[in-house]
Design a protein around this ligand. Structure first.
Ligand code: NAD
Length: 475
């Protein structure tokens, strides 16, 4: 990973000597390093994005489609190497990394196609001989910031959508997990994306965002990460009047009504909760279970948590890998200790496993008071809270209590109850009676403090388009 920056169509190790260490979270050992961009490199990336935009926006939608479809094929061919890199640097089990890598190819394919459907419209004029058209144009060079929990999937959504719309992009990928990002960018390069249209940098995140966002070259910001960082990047973007897409944290409620198959729903809930060791913005955190089912639901859930095979994601049979960072262990310990002090029951887990690597036991807390920090802060780890409710009104009130509004889940056999939850839970996405988020063709995004804008679906392309109204006489 010597030359990890991709600027103006060339791989470089940058103009400075600063590098970031890359750690395998399953061992805690350093396995490589990544070059950090300095100001001179960011200036070069901005110049490249400016000239790259002029070239790429002139390519026809069909040419862009052909190139992106080729990139998707290359990602598919190399998906095993990409998956291995994700597991090595981020820790998730290989089966999950394979889904992520394969899914990246699907996302590129979908945006490649959708870019051909960036339709405008014609509006009948009040005046004779005048044609009024609305054209969808690429918004301009984009600065994108993607996180480490899905090193490939979060990045590809931004790159594929921006390129499909005809934008150029400077992507700052996560320093902790650079290899799959580098592999991904190579696929676009080899598929024929012209130099400058796609640039990849790593570095000190705050340095890069505070330099790129104010630059007059950049017209659009896309960020995925925590609410706190999203808030500060939004403020900076607002000051410079830049458009933003913000995909921030969540605290997903998972509502279980009294008329469901409690064991089946509990198993499904645990399966979703511990995916990627809970480091998913839509990971269910507050399991709100009808009081009549709560104890059975908790028992089944805890048994599953206790039997999960936790280990190195690269090992055969591992069901949950380590946390991606050492710092997340302290964060989880703090949240669980606080909950227990405030009266929560630690049903299982609540501790680090092994002194090597960043493993944490799948944890179940029950009867957690609202005053506990974990009921208010995103745990971003393998911790489930199970609380009972008396009425559906109570469940909805609790679901909507927090300022977050990203993912939500509801389970009910009664279609009336299911429809009510679908209507009344305040979230950008709700999945009812199954797990159904994040397909390339469906919008993915939040409301309230969880951000704004969507990354998938046709909305994901619209985010990179600006509408131009053209009124022409004699056309
Ligand atoms: P963090 O807030 O330090 O960083 C979150 C992400 O933002 C990282 O990818 C980081 O590189 C980036 N970042 C941080 N400061 C930045 C800046 N000034 N400019 C640009 N990018 C910046 O937290 P963390 O310890 O890395 O992750 C834990 C928290 O982050 C979690 O609690 C979760 O809420 C959030 N997170 C959310 C997602 C998501 O998918 N929405 C993904 C990863 C992390």
């Amino acid at each position: 990973m010597t030359k990890s920056l991709f600027i103006g169509g060339a791989w470089t190790s940058g103009s400075g000597s600063r590098r970031g260490n890359v750690i395998n979270p399953a061992t805690g050992q350093e396995i490589g390093s990544v070059a950090f961009a300095e100001t001179a490199d960011l200036d070069a990336a901005l110049r490249a994005a400016e000239t790259g935009f002029r070239v790429w926006r002139k390519a026809t939608a069909y040419e862009r489609y052909r190139i992106l479809a080729k990139a998707a094929d290359l990602v598919r061919e190399r998906s095993e190497a990409i998956a291995q890199a994700i597991t090595r640097e981020q820790g998730k089990p290989l089966a999950e990394s394979r889904l992520e890598a394969g899914g990246a190819a699907d996302i590129i394919d979908w945006f490649a196609e959708e870019g051909r459907r960036a339709y405008g419209r014609v509006i009948p004029s009040r005046l004779p001989g005048v044609r009024q058209a609305v054209l969808a144009e690429p918004v301009g060079p984009v600065a994108a910031f993607s996180p480490w929990n899905f090193p490939c999937a979060q990045l590809v959504r931004k790159i594929a959508a921006a390129l499909a719309a005809g934008c150029s992009i400077i992507a700052k990928a996560p320093e902790e997990t650079p290899s799959s990002a580098i592999e991904l960018v190579r696929c676009f390069e080899e598929a024929g994306v012209p130099g400058g249209a796609l640039n990849l940098v790593f570095g000190v995140p705050a340095e890069i965002s505070s330099y790129l966002i104010p630059s007059p070259v950049i017209r659009k910001i896309s960020f995925t990460g925590s609410v706190a960082v999203g808030r500060s990047l939004s403020a900076l973007a607002g000051q410079h009047l830049k458009r933003t897409t913000m995909e921030l944290g969540g605290h997903a409620p998972f509502i279980v009504c009294d008329d469901v198959d409690v064991d089946a729903v509990s198993r499904l809930g645990a399966g979703i909760k511990f995916r990627n060791a809970g480091q998913i913005c839509t990971s269910p955190t507050r399991f709100l279970v009808d009081g009549k089912l709560k104890s059975r639901f908790t028992e089944t859930f805890a048994a599953l948590a206790e039997n999960l095979v936790v280990g190195d994601g690269a090992a055969e049979g591992t069901q949950m890998g380590p946390l991606a960072h050492a710092r997340r262990i302290d964060a989880l310990d703090g949240l669980i200790r606080d909950a227990a002090e405030k009266g929560a029951r630690v049903v299982t887990g609540g501790r680090r496993i092994s002194n090597e690597g960043y493993f944490y036991a799948p944890t179940v807390l029950a009867d957690v008071p609202k005053s506990a920090r974990i009921m208010n802060e995103e745990p971003f780890g393998p911790v489930a809270v199970i609380n009972g409710f008396d009425t559906l009104d109570d469940a909805v009130t609790e679901a909507n209590r927090l300022p977050y509004g990203l993912g939500a889940y509801a389970f009910a056999s009664s279609t009336a109850k299911a429809a009510r939850l679908g209507d009344e839970v305040e979230s950008g996405m709700i999945s009812i009676n199954h797990f159904g988020f994040a397909a390339p063709e469906t919008p993915f995004g939040g409301i309230k403090d969880s951000g704004h804008g969507a990354e998938g679906g046709s909305e994901g392309l619209q985010a990179y388009l600006a509408m131009k109204f053209v009124s022409q006489v004699g056309a």
